[in-house]
Design a protein around this ligand. Structure first.
Ligand code: 13P
Ligand code: SF4
Length: 307
């Protein structure tokens, strides 16, 4: 653990080099506090894609997991997208290959294919439309004219969308190993300790957890909900990294993790040391072949068009 003075020096070095490289630092809501503190943009998957598309920086330092950096690179191939730790992957994204999607499409040739942003670029290239946890319901609602809808890879997000839209979806068996650690008994226990708290959870959680919540929201939607709510206490059912942001944004409110076990090890791989190294070396670059990129971009553009 770096002591405060060392962190300050490191932060200054990062800032200088960032300006020299004309770089921007995009940070997901689950990142370590030391990384959140030096973000130019901090947000959920959708917000970070939008920030990547909009920035005029030459270099994007992506502090999140691999599919997020890939999405940035798909949207802005003229920019150099680098990850301070290239091994920060998303196990859910790794639960489905492009070949798996092609097989599903063969089995259901009339179905529209919706894919969560938590997928590889190769999988995105097979989709009709992409979605994030913020807009999955709106995306599926926009496909009224389609008889069948395939929704991949997260079976629990699919379950949530089914409940909200009333549509039966063709699902895959993927899930988030971090969010399934949050159990209904965790919510019941925390609710007993904090009876006046609002319960907010991520739609990647188990359906039995979602059904106990006041709202199921993306990470940035949770931040908005907490800010705008009259409630003073919140039980938060998502990766624990979000709590730092919630507390910082709302010093007068209390936030309790539904489960301290909900840690995404990949989201914790990025540190300030690695960010400095990435800016020094301009590595590790994330780039997608042009053939895949153009097909994947269509699915992302379609999502942005719908929402
Ligand atoms: P958000 O888009 O809600 O930030 O979710 C990303 C993610 O990986 C959740 O586990
Ligand atoms: Fe993937 Fe889950 Fe980690 Fe999000 S929290 S990056 S879905 S493993």
């Amino acid at each position: 653990m770096l002591i405060k003075k060392e962190l300050k020096n490191l932060e200054e070095k990062i800032k200088d080099l960032k300006n020299k490289r004309k770089a921007v630092i995009l940070v997901h809501n689950y990142q370590l506090p030391e990384v959140q503190d030096i973000a130019d943009y901090r947000g959920d998957s959708l917000e970070l894609s939008r920030a990547a598309a909009k920035t005029d920086a030459k270099v994007i330092v992506f502090c999140g997991v691999h599919f997020m950096a890939e999405t940035a690179s798909i949207l802005c191939p003229e920019k150099k997208v680098i990850m301070p730790d290239i091994h920060a992957g998303c196990p859910m994204a790794n639960m489905m290959t492009a070949e798996d999607v092609r097989k599903l499409k063969e089995k259901h040739p009339k179905a529209a294919v919706v894919g969560y942003v938590n997928t590889s670029a190769e999988v995105k290239a097979e989709l009709d439309v992409c979605c994030t946890s913020t807009n999955a319901v709106s995306v599926v609602n926009a496909l009224q004219d389609k008889e069948e809808v395939i929704f991949v890879p997260d079976k629990y997000l699919a379950d949530f969308v089914e409940k909200k839209t009333g549509r039966k979806l063709i699902k895959w068996s993927g899930f988030c190993p971090t969010h399934v650690k949050i159990l209904p008994e965790d919510i019941i226990r925390e609710k007993r300790f904090h009876p006046f708290a609002k319960v907010i959870v991520h739609p990647e959680c188990l359906p039995s957890v979602v059904s106990l919540a006041d709202a199921a929201l993306s990470t940035s939607q949770m931040a908005k909900f907490a800010k705008e709510s009259d409630a003073k206490e919140f039980i938060v059912g998502t990766e624990v990294g979000l709590i730092y942001r919630l507390k910082k944004d709302n010093p007068d409110k209390e936030f309790y993790a539904a489960s301290e076990a909900a840690v995404c090890p990949n989201m914790k791989r990025t540190t300030q040391d690695k960010i400095l190294w990435a800016l020094e070396e301009l590595k590790e670059e994330v780039r997608v072949s042009e053939k895949i990129r153009l097909r994947a971009k269509k699915a992302i553009d379609k999502m942005l068009e719908i929402v």
